[in-house]
Design a protein around this ligand. Structure first.
Ligand code: NAI
Length: 701
């Protein structure tokens, strides 16, 4: 099929349709065809106006990201600019007719047209920043001319699209079309066909009372924000050029910033995470498919059960919640109702939507009341005995075709499955806390889980707008298992005499959203303590840092008890170092004869991050994770690993696997902490020796 289809009408309007399914990405070839088509209509004297739109479900989702990492990616700067310059020099109006999405390059194309019309629910925006780069074809120059400097900066820095209705209010579109977009746009084109001069955004001035002062303020704010995405500062500079240097110079500066950014390590890491996220949870189509899950039972109404219930309601399911404790039952139901009431008060939800959603929710007291559900998820106490009882009860009460899932964070899903008469329909769905907010869900494939059950669960996770990462069964699955080693290293470093806040600062400066000890205080130090106690029994000869046990023995769990590694004062956002924790660390080291040494920030980072890399290699080598990119997705979306570094496995490749290996061997030789842990996993050694990337781990297992 032609990438750009042309239809000529007897009234002089030519309709050009981008036809690059599914979302009309502006691949190089599509842009070439578009340039040809525009030239042809310009030269055709029977054409008086042009409607430019997309075939199918979208105007255009923008550039084809896959083209960014090709060696010739930026040789063709002029292709996109050429099209826009071509439109600007045309003698007949070009009307962009926006339906579905006009994002990134698609939005920039529309901004280059003389007019823009859109369906009310169209999504228009420049989301480049969320992928680690910035608009590169005039977006930063034309948008502020269309809607003003401050609104444009906000839209580009947040990357959120606006609707057609909102676009009209802002001045981004000229008319909203409530009926069929093509017919509406043609009618609009006929109305403006003879109107001259043809309006162009490049000709509009940017009006602002103090553009330089305002941009200076934003520049300083962005520079001070350690978590600002890689493109933020470049966007500010491009808008500064737009506001002070005129259109053509601005365009040049924008492209220069864009190219430098797109080729930067941070942007590459961001793109890696983007593609890795899309690839996560892909499974071969099973021979048999289950109908979409429509009803669910959640067992346990604690912190996790409530959030899981809300996530299921968001995916459109009818949800029952069973909680054995009367008080907790009422508290959970109230919490869910309050959650939706707050959403409504914050205008994120209409009163009708709230009523409709809550009408799908019920609190139940007996399993039999929910016997017809498609799925049951247990989120009761993390105790094998309790969970086995619940799985058996579910197996007896719930219809035999239903899926039974567990939200356990560490218990053996195979053992839970074996307690039922339907192990092929049992799996783990490991949500993160708070479940209604956090994106990742580890989908735990047990030994007997049927492919169609796995697929149905992944589909459900997607409907919840979350990210499914498949994991095999092991203690802690992928994420918590890796984080255990990371935390162990952080603890060993404490035992050598470095304070928690020094460790936190080093890792936060490196890019982790939150250092390990601030995170532990937030989650509660008693959670890993319980897991450690189980490990001491199961593997009594392991080497463990025990300093955190002493903290827990004093009841210093963290935020919830007001004290942990830090002192948490009510109403204060930033906790203060706990001097008693410092004394405890020193006396612990003395008691156990651990020599005191200074650990430099660089070593703190390397030991903690390479602990993730080594354990990640083990997880991959054992086939617990199916691919390295899944690990990167999980760590960046669930554990605050910086996206600008692409996840631990991508980061290790960026550093060079041989370099990582050399450091690990050095840690093993110096015997810091757990000496044996630093024996690199064989998979890592094989890949490093063969100069192969993690993507080829499958062949090296
Ligand atoms: P929680 O202690 O807040 O809630 C558990 C709830 O289950 C309580 O309200 C309890 O009354 C109820 N319950 C216990 N036995 C029951 C039974 N037989 N029938 C019905 N209800 C019963 O615990 P939380 O934090 O919600 O954790 C639940 C599960 O989720 C655990 O397996 C935990 O490991 C897992 N998990 C917890 C995360 C967290 O950060 N809290 C993160 C991911 C998973």
């Amino acid at each position: 099929m032609e990438l750009v289809q042309r239809t000529d009408r007897h009234d002089g309007v030519a309709v050009l349709k981008l036809s690059n399914a599914p979302v009309n990405c502006l691949s190089k070839e599509t842009r070439r065809r578009l340039a040809d088509a525009l030239q042809a209509v310009e030269l055709d004297s029977t054409v008086t106006a042009v409607v430019l739109m997309g075939n199918g479900k979208a105007f255009s989702a923008g550039a084809d990201l896959k083209e960014f990492d090709r060696p010739d990616a930026f040789m063709d700067r002029d292709l996109q600019h050429l099209i826009l310059a071509q439109i600007e020099s045309m003698t007949k109006p070009v009307v962009a007719a926006i339906h579905g999405v006009a994002l990134g390059g698609g939005c920039e194309l529309a901004l280059g047209c003389h007019y823009r019309v859109a369906n009310p629910d169209a999504k228009i925006g420049l989301p480049e920043i969320t992928l680690g780069f910035m608009p590169g074809a005039g977006g930063t120059q034309r948008l502020p001319r269309a809607i003003g400097l401050e609104p444009a900066l906000n839209l580009i820095l947040k990357g959120n699209p606006v609707s057609g209705d909102e676009g009209l209010r802002l001045g981004l579109v000229d008319a909203v079309i409530h009926e069929d977009i093509e017919q509406g746009a043609i009618a609009f084109a006929l109305r403006v066909a003879t109107s001259r001069p043809l309006p162009l955004l490049r000709d509009k001035p940017i009006v602002h009372p103090n553009a330089v002062g305002f941009l200076d303020f934003v520049r300083r704010t962005v520079k001070a924000d350690p978590h600002a995405p890689p493109g933020a500062l470049s966007v500010v500079e491009a808008l500064a050029a737009a506001a002070t240097l005129g259109f053509d110079k601005g365009l040049e500066i924008e492209f220069d910033l864009f190219r430098r950014l797109a080729e930067s390590a941070e942007a590459k890491a961001f793109r890696h995470v983007f593609f890795a996220t899309r690839a996560a949870g892909r499974v071969p189509k099973p021979a048999r498919r289950m109908p979409a899950l429509a009803t669910a039972l959640v067992v346990g109404g604690g912190a996790m059960g409530r959030g899981i219930a809300v996530s299921l309601l968001e995916a459109g399911l009818t949800v029952s919640l069973l909680e054995s404790d009367g008080g907790a039952r009422e508290a959970a139901a109230n919490w869910i109702r309050d959650h939706y009431r707050r959403q409504m008060e914050q205008r994120r939800l209409s009163p009708e939507r709230m009523e409709q959603t809550l009408s799908r929710f019920a609190s139940v007291q007996r399993y039999e009341e929910a016997r017809d559900v498609d799925l049951a998820i247990e989120a009761v106490f993390e105790d094998m005995g309790v969970k086995l009882d619940v799985m058996r009860a579910l197996d007896r009460a719930i219809r035999p075709e239903a899926i039974l899932a567990t939200n356990t964070s560490s218990l053996d899903v195979n053992e839970l499955a074996a307690a039922t008469g339907r192990p092929q329909q049992v799996l783990g769905l490991h949500f993160f806390n708070p479940a209604q907010v956090m994106k990742p869900v580890e989908v735990i494939r047990a030994d007997k889980t049927a492919p169609e059950v796995l697929e149905a669960a992944i589909e459900l996770v997607r409907r919840m707008r979350k990210i499914a990462v498949i994991s095999g069964v092991c203690d802690g699955f992928i994420g918590n298992r890796m984080m255990t080693q990371y935390l162990n290293q952080a603890m060993f470093i404490l035992e050598e005499g470095t304070m928690p806040w020094v460790v936190d600062d080093a890792l936060e400066k490196w890019g982790m959203t939150m250092g390990p000890f601030r995170m532990l205080d937030l989650v509660g130090n008693e959670v890993p303590w319980a897991a450690r106690k189980r490990k001491y029994l199961a593997h009594p000869h392991g080497v463990y840092p025990r300093v955190a046990d002493e903290l827990c023995e004093r009841g210093w769990y963290g935020q919830k008890t007001g004290r942990g590694w830090y002192v948490h004062e009510q109403g204060k956002r930033r906790p203060k170092p706990n001097p008693d924790a410092a004394a405890l660390i020193e006396s612990h080291a003395l008691k156990h004869g651990i020599p005191k040494r200074e650990v430099a920030p660089n070593e703190i980072v390397e030991r903690c991050i390479y602990a993730l890399v080594n354990e990640g290699s083990a997880v991959l080598g054992e086939g617990i994770a199916e691919k390295a990119s899944d690990i990167d997705v999980l760590l960046t979306s669930g554990y605050g690993f910086p996206r600008t570094r692409g996840g631990p496995m991508f980061h290790a490749e960026t550093v060079g696997l041989t370099n990582v290996l050399r450091r690990m061997r050095r840690f093993a030789a110096t015997g810091h902490g757990d000496k044996d842990f630093w024996n690199p996993h064989p998979l890592l050694v094989r890949l490093a020796n063969g100069a192969k990337p993690y993507a080829e781990a499958g062949e090296c297992r």
